[in-house]
Design a protein around this ligand. Structure first.
Ligand code: GTP
Ligand code: MG
Length: 214
């Protein structure tokens, strides 16, 4: 971790990450209820965050496949826990977004229950990458998920998205402030990641971070 709070990796870790992502990533299963979850027979990591933060775009950028996960301008695109298989060792789960107010109450309740039940009770879930829009920082709905993961001892790491949209100085300050905030949160993994799916920045670091878990 550097002085700002940004995660750092040496060349060997970056190479491990790039090697892991040389294998194709394929869609495996969409889950709408926790009783449909696949057997927890391998590690998994999940991309969580508010609607429209860029979870599906980040997965596509990471694996270098434009349309693997469906993305949209409209919040509420991903409505299932979408399981993707990378090599035989790992699932990557693209989650529905939270904090989306413009859907019916029953739909929102369904997604929220799914997100909460999944995050609380999945032993093979090794780390949650908590995506935060770098233009907005942490919001109340993020705080609720953070509280849940702290209580349930689910390891999470903050990933800023859309860094192409903000200036370097603002990003440095955001990283510093957020790292300070996370120090008080027991399940937060130290070291923040900063990404842009559009510019493909931060991909080496995110891949390296995932590869350290295997
Ligand atoms: P839900 O599935 O609805 O929760 O959204 P999501 O978090 O999966 O977001 P998605 O990947 O669908 O992206 C939402 C919007 O943000 C799309 O219009 C993307 O093009 C845009 N977007 C995603 N990543 C970036 C980025 O790095 N930079 C910029 N400028 N736009 C981005
Ligand atoms: Mg999505």
């Amino acid at each position: 971790m550097n002085a700002f709070g940004l995660a750092e990796f040496d060349d060997a870790a970056v190479e491990n990450g790039n090697n892991l992502f040389k294998t194709p990533c394929i869609f495996f299963k969409g889950v709408v209820q926790v009783n449909q979850l696949p057997p927890g027979d391998r590690l998994e990591v999940a991309f969580a965050g508010r609607s429209n933060v860029g979870k599906s775009s980040l997965l596509n950028a990471l694996v270098g496949q434009k349309n693997l996960a469906r993305t949209s301008n409209e919040p509420g695109r991903t409505r299932e826990l979408n399981y993707f298989r990378l090599s035989d060792d790992l699932y990557i789960v693209d989650m529905p977004g939270y904090g989306y107010a413009r859907a019916s109450k029953s739909l929102i309740l369904g997604w929220t229950n799914l997100i909460y039940d999944y995050l609380k009770g999945r032993p093979s879930l090794r780390r949650v990458f908590l995506l935060i829009d770098s233009r907005h920082g942490l919001k109340n709905t993020d705080m609720e998920i953070i509280a849940l993961m702290d209580e349930s001892a689910v390891s999470y790491q903050v990933v800023f998205t859309k860094t192409d949209k903000i200036q370097a100085g603002s990003l440095d300050k955001l990283i510093k402030d957020t790292a300070e905030f996370l120090k008080k949160h027991p399940a937060a993994f130290p070291g923040i990641l900063a990404t842009s799916s559009r510019k493909k920045t931060g991909m080496d670091e995110l891949k390296a971070s995932i590869a350290t878990l295997i």
